[in-house]
Design a protein around this ligand. Sequence first.
Ligand code: NAX
Length: 331
Amino acid sequence: AKDPVRVLVTGAAGQIGYALVPMIARGVMLGADQPVILHMLDIPPAAEALNGVKMELVDAAFPLLKGVVATTDVVEACTGVNIAVMVGGFPRKEGMERKDVMSKNVSIYKSQASALEKHAAANCKVLVVANPANTNALILKEFAPSIPEKNITCLTRLDHNRALGQISERLNVQVSDVKNVIIWGNHSSTQYPDVNHATVNTPAGEKSVRKLVANDEWLNGEFITTVQQRGAAIIKARKLSSALSAASSACDHIRDWFLGTPEGTWVSMGVYSDGSYNVPAGLIYSFPVTCKNGEWSIVQGLSIDELSRNKLDLTAKELSEEKDLAYSCLS
Ligand code: NAX
């Protein structure tokens, strides 16, 4: 039998946490043969609710779940973890300035970075979900210098999956037959959902999404804005933000990172930019990546047309501004 993997979920008493921890305990994230020990962190006002989640995990009697740590102590939460899924953060409340929200999250991610750096298992891999996801991940990277930068990522897989879903609905094909969309940039409304290299598996072989949709106006307009604003549409409908889809996408992100992407398929991940596609180095930016042996690499050599170029630059500009804002909160 395999040794258990320790998975930290911060913000585990929140709504994404509530959807995510049972998925992890069922093997959705790491496979049906991989035992897990869950580490759940939340803040003291949520301690009782967190304990309730722990009680439900016990009650569900998951065969793969070999232990549960539920704590408000960040050191205890981080100790020995192999994977850290950072869902906890400070939400933007009505009337709050961007800078105030940023400042709260910078201080959370700075201190949790230090705890992970000192107490996590060697080669711990990190996925930041909490918004502003890219910039929280960047702060975490800066304040955990001994964690390899390749191990720190943020979630744009939900946006990627939303794009697959929209194409599947439009063409009335199975979502599992659509692949290789790309989310470029920030997990925000400036992200660029790009279908220029996306394909659909049909009985007659792989066909380009652009050719099958045969409507550039829709693909360059409504499709993009629907994906960019899907989070807001969910809030409007549910009066709560996306949770089950975020949790499921977080599992997809980690699963593909650890177990690899299928041959010929890429996914979107927010990763530390090395300057690929002329995206400024030093930002956490969403790129198309393939994964093998627990390592991601950016897909190289894709053609970028002029419309795409502008959109790649626009979302990079927003991330540079967020980075400056985050740094201004440090001083
Ligand atoms: P909730 O408010 O339901 O849960 C957040 C939890 O984090 C709460 O239980 C809170 O007590 C806890 N928390 C706050 N500060 C903490 C700290 N310092 N340490 C540990 N825990 C802390 O939010 P939920 O709907 O679960 O969303 C969580 C985060 O995901 C938010 O930042 C949200 O904006 C972000 N999202 C990111 C998405 C993505 O694709 N990257 C999509 C979904 C979601 O909007």
